[in-house]
Design a protein around this ligand. Sequence first.
Ligand SMILES: [Fe+2]
Length: 249
Amino acid sequence: MKKFIWTKILFFSSTLVPLNIYALNNSHDLNLPKQQSSVKNQSTEMLKGVVSMPFELPPLPYAMNALEPHVSQKTLEFHYGKHHQTYVTNLNNLTKDTPLAQKKLEEIILESAKDPAKAGLFNNAAQVWNHTFFWHCMKPQGGGLPTDKLADKINQAFGSVDVFKQKFKEAALAQFGSGWAWLVQENGELKITKTANADLPMAHGQKAILTCDVWEHAYYLDYQNRRADFVQVFLDNLVNWEFAASNLD
Ligand SMILES: [Fe+2]
């Protein structure tokens, strides 16, 4: 009998090792989905989220004070350090000990987007993705003008960069309550859209090119209720056109 028990223990022990390796290999990198593979080229830091916990807060691509005076360190400490972190924590809690813990972020987003009963899961997963994307849409000494292919496509779609900026700002201001303004690509063409709360282009078959967070937590400490001022500063002083261009098909 003893021999039988030890044989069983040894058998299960031998299966545990590869299972653990499997679990580690399938743990999440908290990165943008495949459609945003260029992000991985831009910021290898974001790839360092391969961890034992399912999801981790990806590093900011710049220092907390790097966007001053346009976005204060205080705002980033709250926006990135508290709000973005909370979405990650919530997502971990919602997926813990479920098959979802083995899935990629974008899979969770796309699956939960179709199911109103999973709104909590969708909101937190999408907000993790949205914020990770948004940090890369800005850079210190950003702004200026897009170049090359992106400039051509913006001119083709909107007539000029100035008109694009005007329409993007209008979309950002027209979003009632919390949400996001987007430049997206759909069937090859550029479009401006807005989404409410956590909603995002991939849930609508669109590819995100650029976004601006227009939740009040994005700007209230620096601009109070002046969303228009924040969006204008985003367009004039913060936009990372190289990142946007890297997202084009
Ligand atoms: Fe936000």
